[in-house]
Structure formats: C-alpha cells, structure tokens
Write a protein that binds this ligand. Structure first.
Ligand code: NAD
Ligand code: TYD
Length: 331
C-alpha cells in the first residue's frame, strides 16, 4: 500500500511506520509538525526508507503535498496529553478537530481510504464491565472531547459523502519511544534518576494497558480489513491500578518504594477504562504482549537508550515538569 501516515514521528505513529515498512513493504509518507512530542529520532532506523514531510495537518497546502501518490491516510497526529489539555485546550481543538477536518477533505477530494486513530477515552469512565463500540460517547477531558469531536466528524464523512472511513480506538499504550509526560515513561525515568514518583489522588485509577506493537498491528488490521463506516476497539490484555504499575517499575528499576509521592489529583480524573475488543478479534487480531513482559521490555529499553531521552530530560521538558508538578527534576 502507499500510505500517508500523519503524526508518524510520534510514539505510536513511528511504531506503526516501522511495522508497515519492515513487515508489509508499504510505501510510506510521514506528515508531522514535529511538536514537542514528535521527533525524527523516533524514526531513526527507517528514515531512509520513507518520505518525510514537515508540516501540520491543519494546513491544506502541506496536506496536498504530502498526500500526492498515496491511496490511504492513517491519522495519528494529535495533541495527546490529558494534563496539557486541562492547562491549555486550544492546540487540541486546532489539531485534533480542525486538522482531522482538513485530512477528511483531502481524502474526499481524492476518494482515499481513511483511518482515524482514536482512544478509549471517548467513552469516558466505566466502574464495571467494558465498553463496546456501541457504548455512548461521554468524554471527560478537553483531550477526549476533541478526540470524540474528530470521531463524529469522521463518521459524518462516511454517512454524508460515502467516504470509506474506519476508526480504531486504542486503550492506554506503553513501550519504547513514549514521551516521558505519560505515566509509564515518566515513572521509569524518575525511578532511574532517583526522583520522586508523583502519583495522582489515591493511585487506584485503572488503565487497560496495551503494548504499542499490538496497537500498531490492530490499526493495520483495521486499515486492511475494517468495514467502511465502522469503529473497532483495540484494548490491551491486562488492567492495572496505577499504584501496581508504579510499584512494578520501582522493582524493575531497582529503586526504593519511598520514592512514591501522592500528589493532588487531576481535575475530572477518569477512574477506570476498559475495552471489549471482540469486533477487532473477529478480524483476526489479538494482543500478544502481556503487561509483565511488556513492562520488563519497556524498562530495559529506557535503561539502554539514554541517547533517546537525555535530550528530552535536559530540554523544555524540565520547564513543563516544574510548571506542572511544582518542583524541579534532579539535574
Ligand atoms: P504522541 O504525542 O507521541 O505523538 C503525536 C504526533 O503527532 C507527534 O509526532 C506530533 O509531532 C504530531 N502532531 C501533533 N500535532 C500535529 C499537527 N497539527 N500536524 C501534524 N502532526 C502533529 O502521541 P501518541 O501517543 O503516539 O498517539 C498517537 C495517536 O494515538 C493519537 O491520535 C492519540 O489520540 C491516539 N491514542 C494514543 C494512546 C496512548 O496511550 N498514547 C491510546 C489510544 C489512542
Ligand atoms: P496518562 O499516562 O496521562 O494517560 P491517560 O490519562 O490518558 O490515561 O495517565 C495514566 C494514569 O496515570 C492516569 O490515571 C493518571 C495517572 N498519572 C499519575 O498518577 N501521575 C502522573 O504523573 C501522570 C502523568 C499520570
């Protein structure tokens, strides 16, 4: 296939690009704005095998340039961090909603297949059981609200214009190349550095953890075999409370439990996410990496790849960290 992968320099997008180039022999163009979360380093081992276009999905000129010669668009590009959406929602509205609209128009003009990468957070929080694709959309944060707006716009392009769209909603991802503002990489790097591990609230919020390569494979199935107009959940095999995750990271990093520090809860913090992925399993997908194996691989990767995270931890991230957590990282 000839794919335009938007947001392909981010955490999940770069994993997907690697998978499609190496295992499927696809021809890939990446369009990425290279925000704080997007880095060409994430594509270091495939950069010579793809076409890279530096630009924003909300810019129709950049999109027209990037999409030339492609027969499908897979959109990962987004502002993705819930905490940042609480302190500054505007960039989320521009990228996640306006940007999706520009991509949908580009797909419509050219009759391209369109895959929207979405999240379990569009369903909101669930105390018991699991969300199916028929569950109501009840997002809580500005991040999830803008992802929901995008999903609805995508669905409208199928219903109104007959555009062959599909949506793939993943649960919380973890693995190599994840920017250390998210729970798992943040806690790994703090544990390795001997910095405190800031746990929000009582630490009993539950997330449905999905190893990033499994999400990449799930999106691939949806791209190749998903029915137009449909959405597919892609949930991880394990659910864990945050405290359990953090405790395991401390053990694997060889750090002391006294580093755990309970801090003020996130406003509107969703208690639990859980996805039923039966519909995607029926297409032949299943998650292969359980949490125990995935977290070991992830801690090892961060331990062995300081070249990747040292420039982040010494750059603008320090200011973000100090602003958000009200304290400095060790130098
Ligand atoms: P990320 O923050 O690591 O990467 C986002 C990428 O998008 C970066 O490369 C960034 O430069 C790029 N980008 C941002 N704004 C852009 C714009 N306006 N134009 C072009 N590029 C832009 O995110 P991620 O964790 O890899 O998430 C990728 C997608 O998967 C997102 O759509 C997200 O909502 C979804 N998702 C993430 C998770 C998760 O746990 N991380 C789970 C389910 C779904
Ligand atoms: P996060 O990685 O931000 O993903 P999301 O909010 O999209 O699920 O957070 C995962 C969980 O970890 C969530 O319950 C919030 C919690 N958390 C902390 O306790 N401390 C932190 O410093 C961060 C970033 C998250």
């Amino acid at each position: 296939m000839r794919l335009l992968v938007c947001g392909g320099a981010g955490f999940i997008g770069s994993t997907f690009v690697r998978l499609r180039v190496r295992q499927h022999g696809d021809t890939v163009t990446v369009l990425d704005k290279l925000t704080y979360a997007g880095r060409q380093e994430n594509l270091h081992d495939v950069i010579d095998d793809i076409r890279f276009v530096h630009g924003a999905i909300e810019d129709p000129v950049a999109v027209a340039d990037a999409v030339a010669g492609c027969d499908a668009i897979v959109n990962f590009a987004a502002e993705t961090h819930v905490d940042r959406s609480i302190s500054g929602p505007e960039a989320f509205i521009i990228t996640n909603m306006q940007g999706t609209h520009v991509l949908l128009e580009a797909a419509r003009e050219r009759g391209l297949r369109y895959v929207q990468v979405s999240t379990d957070e569009v369903y909101g929080s669930i105390d018991e059981g699991s969300f199916t694709e028929r569950s109501p959309l009840q997002p809580s944060s500005p991040y999830s609200a803008t992802k929901t707006g995008a999903d609805l716009l995508v669905a409208s392009y199928f219903h109104t214009y007959g555009l062959p769209t599909v949506i793939c909603r993943g649960s919380n991802n973890y693995g190599p190349y994840q920017y250390p503002e998210k729970l798992i990489p943040l806690m790994i790097l703090n544990a390795l550095a001997g910095d405190p591990l800031p746990v929000y609230g009582d630490g009993r919020n539950v997330r449905n953890w999905l190893f990033v390569e499994d999400f990449g494979a799930g999106i691939g199935q949806v791209l190749e075999r998903g029915a137009p107009g449909e959405a597919y959940n892609c949930g991880g095999p394990d659910e864990c409370e945050n405290l359990t995750v953090v405790t395991r990271i401390l053990e694997l990093a060889g750090a002391d439990h006294s580093l755990i520090e309970f801090v003020t809860d996130r406003p509107g913090h969703d208690r639990r996410y859980s996805l039923s992925s039966e519909k995607l399993r029926a297409l032949g997908w299943q998650p292969r990496v359980h949490f125990e194996e995935g977290i070991e691989r992830t801690v090892r990767w961060y331990r062995d790849n300081a070249w990747w995270w040292e420039p982040i931890r010494s750059g603008a991230y320090r200011e973000y960290y100090e602003r958000h957590y009200g304290r400095a990282l060790k130098s």
